[in-house]
Design a protein around this ligand. Sequence first.
Ligand code: ADP
Length: 574
Amino acid sequence: PLGFTRQRGLQPPPGMTVERFMAAIDELRKELNGPTDLIQINDDSVQLVDGWYLDKPATTHDAFHVADPENLASSAVIFPRSTADVQTIVRWANRHTTTGAGDKARGIPLYPISMGRNLGYGGAAPRVPGGVVLDLGRNMHQIVNLDGGNASCVVQPGVTYFALYEAVQKLNESQPEQPLWIDTPDLGGGSVLGNAVDRGVGYTPYGDHFANHCGMEIVLPDGSLLRTGMGALPGPEGSDNPAWQSFQHSFGPSVHGMFSQSSLGIVVQMGFHLMPAPPAHQSYCFTFPREDDFAAIVEVIRPLAQRGVLGNIPQLRHVVQELNVTGQTRETFRTVGNDTTKPLTADEVHAAAAKLPLGDCSWVFYGTQYGASQQALDDQIADIFSKFSAAIPGTRLIKPQDVPADHYLHSRALVCAGVPVLRELDWLNWVPNGAHLFFSPIAPTRGEDARALHDLIKELHVEHGFDLFPTLCVAGREMHYIANIVYDRSDAEAKQRAVRLMRKMIAACAARGFGEYRTHLLFADQVARTYSWGGQALLRFHETIKDAVDPRGVLAPGRSGIWPAAYRGQGWEL
Ligand code: ADP
C-alpha cells in the first residue's frame, strides 16, 4: 500500500487554529468519556497510508486519491459507540463555530462513513480539508434485528455484506422451509447501510438497495433523532413500531429519500427486506461478436426486461473486462510496441480475448434466471437466447460448466445469488499502484442512446489515453453505464489526466442529457450543476432544505454539491 509523508501536519477545520480545534477535541473527549482511541487526531504522527481494501482502507484521506492526498485529509476520525455518542458529537460540532460567508456561523464539518470502502467515489475523504470523519462502522456493527417471518433485517452502519450473509445463513438453518438471501454489490466488504444510502446496486431481484430498504433511524444535524416510515409511530410500551420493516412510508410527504446521497442526517439504523431464496437459479452468459452489436443488444434487452422475462438486471460488459478480471497486468496482454503508458489497442484486446475461455468476441452479457425448477430455468434461458440470436448473428450461450473453475462467470453466479465475493479487486492489478474512479451516467434503454453515450465516452478515453472498461447494468427503461477508470496512484500526471477525462465526460454527457447517478466527491459540484433544469431549481431546493435543517452546516458540507449558506460563493465549489 502506498504511503505519503505529510508536508503540512494537522489541518484543522476551516477557520480554526490548531489550538482551538484541540481545545474543542479535549472537551469532546471529556463528554464522550471513553478510551483515548475513540478519537484519532491526524497530526504529524499519522502518515497518510492508503491501506488495502481488505484490512481497511485509509480513513485519513481518499485511499484512491485523484489529487494530492493531503488536500483531502481529515483532521480527526471519531469512532462513536452508540447513537447517543453520535448525538453528542453532532451537538459538539454545532457549538464550536467560526464565521463563514455572510457572517453566518459555521460549525465543525462532520463526514459520516460506515465502512469507508466507497472507493472510486471518494473513499473516506472529507470534502472540506480538515473535516472530521465519523467512522460509524468500527464500533456500531450490530445486526439489530433479523426477522425470518417478515423476511427483513435492521442493521447498524458497520454491518458488512459478509457479516449479514453469515447471520442469514445461520437463520436459514433454523428455518429451512423459508431460506432467505441477501443482495450484495460486486464487492462484499462494504456496509449494507452505507451502500444503500449512497444508492448502490446489487444483482438479485432486490438489487436496488435503497428501494428495498424499510425504515431508518437518523441523527439530524441538530442532534435530535428521527425515525422514518412506520417507525415514526411508537409501538406499544416503548417498543418499535410492529410494521416498521413492513411498510416503507409513514403519513404525509415522504421524507426517506432526502437521506440518500444526502447531508441531512446520519443514519444509525436501517431496515432492509430480504429476498426469499428461489428454489432454483442459473447464471449464464452470452457473447456477441462485433463492437457494433452494442445498440442491437440493448434493443433486445429492453422488452425482455420490461416484461420481466430477465430474472435480474443483467450486466453487459465489453470483452476487455475478460482480460482485467483475470487479475493480470495490462502488460501481460501487450503484443504491439512497448509503451507501457498506453492503453491496449483493439487488436491487442481481441488477440488476448481469443486465448481466454469465452474466446474472441466484443460484448459479454451476464444474466441470471430464477425459478421453480432447473427445467424452468433451462426453458427460460433457451427462450432468451433465441431472442438474442435472432437479432444478433453469432450470439453464443455459455454456462458455468463450460468454463474453468476460475472464470469470472462463477463469481457472477455467486453475486447473483446474494453471496458476497471480492473478485473484482483483481482489476487493480491492471497498472502498478492501481486505483479506480467511476464514471456512471444514466441513459434510457434505447439502442441509439446507448450508442451515442458509448461513442462519446470511448472517444474521450482515447483522447486521454485510458483503457475503457464499460459495464452496463441494463434495466427495462434505463441503464447505468459504469466506466471504471483505472490509473496509477503514484503517477501525478495520470491522475491529472483522469480528472480531465472525468470533467470532459460529465460535460459532454450532460449536453446529450445523460447525467450521473452518483459520483466521486471531487466532481459532485460539476455534476450537481448539470442537473440545471428550471434555472438550477433542484440545487436551489436542496440548498433551501439544507439551510433549514442544518443552519450551521455541520453535516458533510459539499456532499452531492450542496453547500450550506456559510460556505456558498466562497470558492469551495469546484
Ligand atoms: P461502503 O464502505 O459501504 O462502501 P461508505 O461507508 O464509504 O460505504 O459510505 C458511502 C458514503 O455514504 C459515505 O461517503 C457517506 O457520504 C455516506 N454514508 C455512509 N454511511 C452513512 C451514514 N450512516 N449516514 C449518512 N451517510 C452515510
